[in-house]
Design a protein around this ligand. Sequence first.
Ligand SMILES: Nc1ncnc2c1ncn2[C@@H]1O[C@H](COP(=O)(O)OP(=O)(O)OP(=O)(O)O)[C@@H](O)[C@H]1O
Ligand SMILES: [Mg+2]
Length: 371
Amino acid sequence: MATPVPKAVPIDPIASPLQEKEFTAAYLQGWFSVLRDAGPEAWGKRLIDRSIGPQDQRGYLVNAFGEPVGALTFSASRDVVPTLVATPTVRTLDHLLQLHARVEAGEQLTLDESRELLGQAGTGGARPKSTVEDGGKLYLCKGVSINDKADLAPVPIVEAALLSLASELDIQAPAGRIIAVGGQPVPMVSRFDRETVPGGFARWRYASGQTLFWSMPEVAQWSHQGSYNGLARHLVRWERTPREDIRELYRRIVFNALVGNLDDHDKNHGLVAAADGNFRLTPVFDLSMTSTAGAHHSLAMAFGQDGAVITLNNLLSDCTDFDYARTGALAVIGAQWEHLQQHLLERLVHFGCDERRAQRTLALMPGHRLF
Ligand SMILES: Nc1ncnc2c1ncn2[C@@H]1O[C@H](COP(=O)(O)OP(=O)(O)OP(=O)(O)O)[C@@H](O)[C@H]1O
Ligand SMILES: [Mg+2]
């Protein structure tokens, strides 16, 4: 057996375990999914395109400075140290949000302003977002977007309210708080991939749900989008003690189904390997509520015999895949719905949403049609 390299850790223990051999990625345009997790997506790419022009995947990784998600950071070659930029403090958040808003509105930025935003390009996703430091900790902040619907609850407030309710329903959620910036409530969510250590921040490895699926390309290449059932099976391979996370995955499915978090695609799930080095589910992130009315709603990933369709039968149909017996699953669904009905309106209003917009948003919840 080959001796492991001292202190080396696998960035993807399934697709590229620690072995003395060269691994190549035959799929995803030749990129290991775990490397793409550390790079920009739609928003960050837009910032880079505007600042220095369109890039290939390598260019997007190398030019996203700041605090990309996970432990990895990139440079042009092994002899070049990655560009390090100081993380802005929370005092600059107003300014950063305004810069993002000007990009959304298609306005010109100065060269310095564009470069400043490159320090915020590394975190994935499609919405404008910034990482800031406050009191020696790092926080991810998302403000309002011009694409949000004006008659519904503001997206950042919905996210904050859902995170706080999730944490009351036996679902891990990151710590955070809401602050007023330029008259707007802005949630600051603790970065789960950073930990304050003397002299800076420890950076923890991150792997998205997509990376878990693509850690077995021979399966992933045939499926359009993985399923929660498949994700649970991957947890068995990635985690030392997966049972609790598999059960939590079920509670997340129920939560997403009841509130209508239909944007629960495979990059809105992930694992983080913190201080003990073991991969575990990250706290939930990117929670939203559907902004479309309709009789039939589906989650982004299948979870039962009827695929991703949100019905009570479907929620119960494969509950044993997640280590829940039917009675236990029914209890989870009932308890979550009761809690949401009791507290979601009050929480949205508490975080700064006006009651009429909150009511209109709540009326869209698939949970109403479940029972
Ligand atoms: N609290 C957090 N700590 C560290 N990384 C996070 C945190 N929340 C989200 N991320 C990472 O940042 C990425 C982008 O965040 P998020 O999904 O919230 O953005 P988004 O723009 O709303 O995404 P989408 O395009 O899916 O709507 C996530 O895919 C995840 O990898
Ligand atoms: Mg997302």
